[in-house]
Ligand binder design. Structure first.
Ligand code: COA
Length: 234
């Protein structure tokens, strides 16, 4: 009996209908790890949970892995992250104050290149999608920051954890708010059931960004941060 036959038998044995191995099991949002975990940028640095193999198969077959696409808003173009963005983003995000609430410190070009390579390689957990964008301000043709979404399965369907950073010289121009709204609208076109963000209770600017993107604070906390949430209409 050849390998091809054995593989065919195995594939044929896979259930065609979505199965719900997680019913009654609260998988919750991605568990938290140190923000500098593996040198990745938060929130990808949060350790993802080990999902039951059957659930992983359902996500692969029924919901598909989600990849970043270009997103256009009034003034911005959110471009899927590339390694060669590192030079410009290293300069734009060089202010240590950007790390007051999210931890860590600014990275140099080489460190960012390596980080972007790891981010683009994707999550080690095949059920989790890491989507990253740089924020291009169209009229100035320059990068102003980044946004990201970590999309993972939960008992309620796919949950996207989003985060944003805008370089200090570009802040207070509505860029983060516009980028977050564009990102949430894009997620609304994907099979994502809810969007969450974790925000320090003293971080007024980030709370305002989450609010303008339609998220509201919940009574759940993670690592000293409040979980904000938006359930998408389906
Ligand atoms: C949070 C952050 C992305 C906001 O970027 P931004 O482009 O300045 O945000 P916006 O211009 O869209 O402003 C959003 C709102 O925050 C308010 N805001 C901006 N900076 C503020 C500040 N320092 N203090 C209080 N409010 C502030 C704006 O007035 C605006 O409010 P409004 O919608 O009621 O008008 C930026 O401060 C940043 O990158 N911080 C460091 C990284 C970080 O902490 N990310 C958050 C991870 S959850």
């Amino acid at each position: 009996m050849g390998h091809t036959f054995l593989i065919s038998v195995f594939i044929a044995a896979l259930p065609l209908k979505p199965i719900k191995p997680y019913e009654g099991v609260d998988l919750g949002a991605p568990a938290t790890a140190k923000k500098e975990h593996a040198g990745l940028q938060w929130p990808h640095a949060r350790r993802s949970i080990r999902f039951p193999p059957a659930l992983v198969r359902e996500v692969r077959c029924g919901m598909s892995i989600i990849t970043a696409e270009a997103i256009r808003t009034d003034r911005l173009l959110l471009l899927p992250l590339r390694v060669d963005h590192a030079e410009e983003t290293a300069a734009v995000l060089s202010d240590p104050d950007l790390h007051t609430f999210i931890g860590g410190s600014p990275a140099g070009v080489d460190a960012l290149r390596s980080r972007y390579q790891r981010m683009l390689a994707g999550s080690p957990d095949p059920a989790v999608s890491w989507c990253n964008w740089v924020i291009l301000l169209q009229e100035r043709e320059c990068l102003t920051g980044t946004v990201q979404a970590t999309i993972a399965p939960s008992a309620d369907g796919l949950v996207a954890e989003i985060a944003w950073v805008v370089g200090t010289p570009w802040q207070r121009r509505g860029i983060a708010g516009e980028a977050a709204r564009g990102l949430v609208a894009w997620l609304g076109g994907k099979p994502v059931r809810s969007v969450i963000a974790h925000i320090h209770p003293d971080h007024e600017a980030s709370a305002a960004v989450a609010t303008t993107a339609g998220l509201t604070p919940t009574d759940q906390w993670q690592d000293g941060e409040i979980r904000w949430r938006l359930d998408l209409e389906r």
